[in-house]
Design a protein around this ligand. Structure first.
Ligand code: GUN
Length: 281
């Protein structure tokens, strides 16, 4: 079994991006800039944002975090996004989710210029991705995709099963694999026989938030299994895949932690650089 070392692949990607930033700086005499907006003091969001900032600095991006208290008015956030949209030194804007209930998530997403939407959540980017045009691609599925391609460069004809239909992962992941000529099934909580669907799959991407849902007898021998889950349990953090037993049947599997997580962050940096490059065209 191949243990897909997301930490190592992400470190390699960051090194490539660091070199690219040096080249871009030489060519354009400026560097890509990422601004992250963080609202409230939820612990996981604080941790993620700190990791994003550290990684951005490591590859030489200009990076800034703007923090607001939980009770901040929606208008203040939208006005700040408008200001960042106009700021030529900012290539990418990310508003960390989830947001407090009084702030309209979709309004926030749609206020970010599509060209600066490093999350790929703006409807314009969602539409472009599904139409096969150039777009920002959400960081988590992009990271999963890069890991899958490392294991299997030619995905044509493979059967891929997404577990979960979220805008953050399941749907964009399906689009990426469809572009690679996979036959894609998106499953969800109302799917009749999830085990039977998974047993058909050459590739499984699990992103539902149910601890160790995917068992060894759900997985075809030699399948590639990507575990997006991060679930807090009495036994510590576990993914959506029963790692120990699935590792005995799968061809390749991502660990939790150390799989998808580091790749998500590296892909945010990649997206920031892509937005910068498109803006210089
Ligand atoms: N919160 C959890 N994952 C994400 C993500 O990919 N983007 C943003 N903006 N917030 C998140």
């Amino acid at each position: 079994m191949i243990l897909i070392d997301g930490k190592k692949i992400a470190a390699e990607l960051r090194e490539e991006l660091r070199q690219e930033v040096v080249e871009l700086k030489a060519k354009h005499n400026k560097i890509p800039g990422l601004t992250v907006i963080l609202i409230g003091d939820m612990a996981p969001s604080q941790i993620y944002v700190r990791m994003k900032e550290k990684a951005a600095n490591e590859v030489g991006l200009k990076s800034e975090v703007i923090r607001y208290p939980e009770a901040v008015e929606e208008k203040i956030v939208l006005d700040k996004i408008e200001e960042l949209n106009k700021d030529e030194s900012i290539s990418g804007i990310l508003v960390q989710l989830p947001l407090p209930k009084h702030i309209d998530k979709q309004k926030v997403i749609e206020t970010i210029l599509p060209g600066k939407d490093v999350d790929g959540f703006h409807p314009m980017n969602v539409g472009n991705l599904s139409s096969g045009y150039e777009s920002s691609v959400p960081c988590t599925p992009l990271g999963c995709y890069l890991m899958i391609k490392k294991i299997e460069p030619n995905l044509t004809g493979k059967k891929a099963v997404m577990i979960g239909r979220s805008n953050l992962n399941g749907k964009p992941m399906a689009q990426l694999l469809l572009k690679e000529n996979c036959t894609v099934t998106i499953t969800h909580s109302k799917t009749k026989d999830l085990k039977a669907e998974c047993l058909e799959a050459d590739i499984i991407v699990a992103a539902v938030g149910i601890p160790e849902l995917v068992k060894a007898d759900w997985v075809k021998k030699d399948a590639i299994v990507i575990d997006v889950g991060i679930n807090k349990t009495d036994n510590g953090i576990v993914g959506d895949v029963a790692f120990d037993e699935v590792s005995k049947v799968a061809r390749a599997l991502t660990p939790v932690p150390g799989g998808v997580g580091p790749m998500t962050i590296a892909c945010l940096l990649k997206n920031t650089i892509e937005c910068f490059k498109r803006s210089q065209k």
